[in-house]
Design a protein around this ligand. Structure first.
Ligand SMILES: [Zn+2]
Length: 71
């Protein structure tokens, strides 16, 4: 079970690949970004890794309700 290993990143809400979690030294905030080319899902400006996880979940919910194919 690696569900609680926050250092390895999160699952991308769009393609479920492993995202990269980073910390922005300029603002002291956390974010995540999907490394998959063509996906470009990203979130940033979170106050902690936990908030980044919450933000990722919200991203997934937003994306899920909108559905695919809008572009
Ligand atoms: Zn992705």
């Amino acid at each position: 079970m690696s569900r609680y290993d926050f250092r390895r990143g999160y699952e991308c809400p769009r393609c479920e690949a492993d995202t990269n979690v980073f910390r922005d030294p300029a603002t002291g905030t956390y974010g995540w970004v999907c490394p998959v080319e063509g996906c470009r899902a990203v979130g940033f400006g979170f106050g902690s890794r936990r908030l980044a996880r919450v933000g990722l979940r919200e991203y997934r919910e937003r994306f899920g309700t909108r559905g695919c194919g809008s572009r």
